[in-house]
Design a protein around this ligand. Structure first.
Ligand SMILES: [Zn+2]
Length: 339
């Protein structure tokens, strides 16, 4: 429970931190998804420069560099190198470590949301217990990933196996948070990326566990995603509306044809609204490719029957995150290939 409280507390801190949002807006450019800062974070040599602009002291730091350039030609070289390197080197590691731990803690809470909400249970009460023997879990049972690994995936009290979905949700959230930071830095897009990753993890765990995408979860994320989308992305408003209509519409056709749930359609309308049009088409194609590969692999391995459906929300979430991170590069690369 303490891990959940820790996570929830940080969720509030993170989402309400005006400093991070302000810095994000300060470094935001108007060049679509191909921001120099964001792209720079993916390659070694550009990284110190990119990350230095994302520190909480970015504005002051910039002034320091400017004044050094203007007032002292002799110190020009050192002003460019020493302050950047000296100030920025520890920060990425610290931020990555913090975001990974935050992701682990929030992932623990997301597991609770993903497993309890479809069952109509409260996410706060009762405290976490072993599903088999009913023993209330203590702090050392609730350390994300590590408790599960140390206990070899079993309850410490009764020895019954504990689902691998728990460490999966926790580790996935931690890793996705780090990826979001490396891709977008502490920017508005980065914040929106954390929200998208959070929804992706919750619906993935929920769909894998109970083949459901809970309405309550979608409704909780809808206002947050809508507000963030319209305040940080550069696409026109109609692109997001078209993305939502196309995403929901395509999935609705599949629902009517059978084999897909309404939860998937509502989820993809929400994802489509965030990534907009034409990104939503790329996300759908990526989800179908992933679903075909995973479904085909499981059928070949004999893990599922020939006509047994597989949860599609994880594929939609993965396609959406792929498009969110690299959609403009993939689309422009494809267009240059055919044209
Ligand atoms: Zn037990």
């Amino acid at each position: 429970m303490s891990a959940f409280i820790f996570g929830f507390h940080h969720l509030q801190v993170l989402s309400g931190n005006p400093k991070i949002t302000a810095v994000g807006r300060a470094i935001r450019t108007r060049s679509g998804h191909q921001r120099p800062e964001a792209i720079g974070t993916r390659s070694g040599p550009q990284r110190p420069k990119a990350l230095s602009a994302k520190q909480p002291c970015a504005a002051g730091h910039q002034r320091l560099n400017n004044s050094a350039n203007i007032t002292s030609a002799k110190t020009k070289a050192t002003a460019h190198t020493i302050p950047n390197q000296g100030a920025s080197q520890p920060m990425p590691t610290l931020i990555i470590t913090y975001l990974f731990l935050l992701g682990l803690a929030l992932g623990s809470f997301y597991n609770v949301v993903a497993l309890r909400v479809p069952a109509g249970q409260s996410v706060i009460h009762p405290p976490s217990r072993c599903g088999s023997c009913g023993t209330r879990l203590r702090t050392r049972d609730l350390i994300p990933v590590f408790s599960w690994l140390l206990a070899k995936g079993r309850c410490r009290h009764c020895g019954v196996p504990v689902s691998w979905l728990y460490p999966l949700g926790e580790a996935a959230t931690g890793l996705l948070f780090v990826w979001t930071y490396l891709r977008f830095g502490l920017s508005g897009e980065g914040m929106l990326g954390l929200l998208l990753a959070s929804l992706a993890v919750i619906v993935t765990i929920s769909d894998l566990h109970s083949m459901l995408v809970p309405n309550k979860v979608l409704l909780a994320f809808l206002p947050l995603l809508a507000a963030m989308t319209f305040s940080v992305t550069d696409q026109p408003w109609w692109s997001h509306v078209l993305g939502a209509v196309a995403g929901g519409g395509i999935l609705l056709v599949l629902v009517l044809l059978g084999g897909m749930g309404m939860g998937d359609a509502k989820l993809f309308a929400l994802f489509g609204g965030v990534i907009g049009f034409p990104g939503v088409i790329l996300a759908f194609l990526a989800a179908c490719l992933l679903g075909t590969l995973i479904g085909g692999g499981l059928r070949l391995a004999g893990s599922i029957g020939r006509r047994q459906p597989i949860p599609f929300a994880p594929c939609l979430a993965a396609g959406t995150l792929l498009t969110w991170g690299y959609g403009s590069q993939i689309i422009s690369g494809y267009l240059s290939l055919i044209g």
